[in-house]
Design a protein around this ligand. Structure first.
Ligand code: F6P
Length: 551
């Protein structure tokens, strides 16, 4: 049996779960109304309100014991110390070093990371200031108006999400575009409307081998050269962000136009590195620094706060309780702020690519459920689409409701309506509506008794559905940085407790390898017969595609 499942805390939690068989959230609140004030953690301007979970103080004590038995404090220390905790790739995991303030010592294995990080950041600052101030000119001497980030996964989701979230701080004369899909539609749309004389491309790829990104980048490069009439224009319109200088050079981008980062920055943790260049171009270096400062503040909280008051640790423990002991295998992210609409997509990669694993770091089966399916979009749209299932479906789906207290530039009434909906949904999920309440409402509305009896089962809500509320005072670079870092650390803690390596992603390899082969076989010009070692479905569909292009 896996070590985790043999631990005393795991065994105790498994038994403890039975204590909740007849217990409801409503009864927990009735017994202990003070839990609403007690079961929340605050850090760096963020509130994590977790009272609406099927936990009591003794549950939390057991979960904290589980964290200790899994050696969480030493795992946290190992990450911050730069130990090679990504064992399958033999790498340190040091995205936290990217947000340390300049001057704070940051040395690992004899390398002064701080100096390297600061050198790249200084180049990013210079470059983004030149572009923003109109000093960086395109091949015909005109200033840049459009910036196209070409990247995918971690080289797209973080910058896209942050640029959307902080749009109110955007430079008024720069338009940002993000191209990730290789199918030709996205890049086609951008190129059709862009002016080659004033468009800057950022080719963002940690490895600089990603097929989707390089294909889109080649098309963009060909488009530029065709308009400019010469290759020299590339130097004014293409920059690269990567760890792979040789591949950048081979692609035809001058390494002088490359912003580097390091193998100790995982793709899904890389928005704090040069991968954040589109963010800095959009909001400027001062606001980018504030984003880093928010994340650093959360790092310090995470590193030094006792587990029982540690916000990311509590986020993770509640998630583990819901996943492993209460059977929740999906988790909804519901931000009630339009600017945060890309957050669920970002968190999908963060959590599912990190913890979507069934083998522990020791190579043995983990023996318990790991990452749930993370999904969602902005909350109000969700209410009018899939919230029906949350309220009356057959599976428990814990929800993270994310709200912002201050309206900012928007109309306060609109903001208040959105916030009221957040509160109403969380309350409805928890309290439900009994058959008696449903009947009384229908009687008050004058419905006939036979109709009432027919409708009661449909208008009853079981309630008792767990959710968290995460509140930001205001949506600022600082608070956003803190929020993202909190989720990063939640992911780390879950992985540490499950005993998995959250920092590799071998599971994406097989599909990539097969795609390279199938691509060759789809070529309509290919006359050779298919090798015959695909499954029959793949063969049939390959044949159909080839026939389509032979017509
Ligand atoms: O295929 C998954 C992945 O490797 C992610 O981990 C990564 O964020 C993405 O592809 C993009 O990789 P790269 O930045 O190297 O192009």
């Amino acid at each position: 049996m896996p070590i985790l499942l043999q631990s005393a805390a795991w065994t105790a939690l498994s038994a403890h779960r039975n204590a909740f068989a007849g217990l409801s959230l409503n009864s927990l609140f009735a017994e202990d109304p003070a839990r609403a004030r007690r079961l929340q953690a605050e850090a760096c301007g963020l509130v994590f309100h977790y009272a609406r979970n099927l936990v009591r103080d003794d549950t939390l004590a057991l979960l904290l014991r589980l964290a200790l038995e899994a050696g969480l404090p030493s795992r946290i220390a190992a990450m911050f110390a730069g130990e090679r905790i990504n064992t399958t790739e033999d790498r340190a995991v040091l995205h936290v070093a990217l947000r340390r303030p300049a001057g704070m010592p940051s040395t690992t294995e004899g390398v002064d990371l701080g100096a390297e990080v600061e050198a790249v950041r200084a180049r990013m600052r210079r470059f983004s200031t030149e572009v923003r101030d109109g000093q960086w000119l395109g091949y015909s001497g005109r200033r840049i108006t459009d910036i196209v980030n070409i990247g995918i996964g971690g080289s797209d989701l973080g910058p896209t999400m942050v640029c959307e979230a902080l749009k109110d701080l955007a430079h008024p004369a720069l338009r940002l575009h993000f191209v990730s899909n290789v199918d030709g539609v996205q890049i086609g749309d951008v190129l059709r409307s862009a002016d080659p004389e004033t468009t800057l491309f950022i080719v963002a790829s940690k490895t600089f081998t990603t097929q989707e990104t390089l294909t889109n980048a080649r098309s963009a490069r060909a488009w530029l050269v065709a308009h400019a009439g010469n290759e020299a224009a590339v130097a004014r319109h293409f920059v690269a962000v990567s760890t792979n200088a040789a591949a950048v050079r081979a692609f035809g981008i001058d390494p002088g136009n490359m912003f580097g980062f390091w193998d100790w920055v995982g793709g899904r943790f890389s928005l704090w590195s040069a991968i954040g260049l589109p963010i800095m171009l959009q909001i400027g270096a001062v606001h980018f620094d504030a984003l880093l400062a928010g994340a650093h503040a959360m790092d310090e909280h995470f590193r030094s706060t006792p587990l029982e008051r540690n916000l990311p640790v509590l986020m993770a423990l509640i998630a583990i309780w819901n996943i492993d002991f209460l059977g929740a295998h999906s988790q909804l992210i519901a931000p009630y702020h339009q600017r945060l609409h890309r957050l669920p997509a970002y968190l999908q990669q963060l959590e599912m690519e990190s913890n979507g694993k069934s083998v522990g770091a020791d190579g043995q089966p983990v023996g318990c459920h790991t990452s749930p399916v993370i999904w969602g979009e902005q909350g109000i749209n969700g209410q009018h689409a899939y919230f029906q299932l949350l309220h009356q479906g057959t599976q428990p789906v814990p929800v993270d409701f994310i709200g912002v207290l201050e309206a900012g530039a928007e109309d306060e009434l609109h903001h208040r309506i959105a916030f009221a909906n957040l509160l109403a949904q969380a309350e409805a999920l928890m309290r439900g509506r009994s058959a008696e309440q449903a009947e009384a409402e229908m009687r008050a509305a004058g419905l006939a008794e036979t109709r009432i009896q027919a409708l009661v089962p449909h208008r009853t809500f079981a309630g008792n559905r767990p959710s968290n509320v995460i509140l930001l005072e205001r949506l600022t670079p600082f608070s956003l940085g803190a929020l993202i870092a909190a989720y990063e650390h939640r992911t780390f803690v879950q992985g540490a407790i499950w005993g998995i390596n959250s920092f590799d992603q071998w599971g994406v390899e097989l599909g990539k390898q097969l795609a390279a082969r199938v691509l060759d076989e789809l070529d309509p010009a290919r006359t050779a017969a298919l090798p015959g070692d695909h499954d029959a479905s793949t063969e049939a569909l390959v044949a159909r595609y080839r026939n389509r292009y032979r017509r």
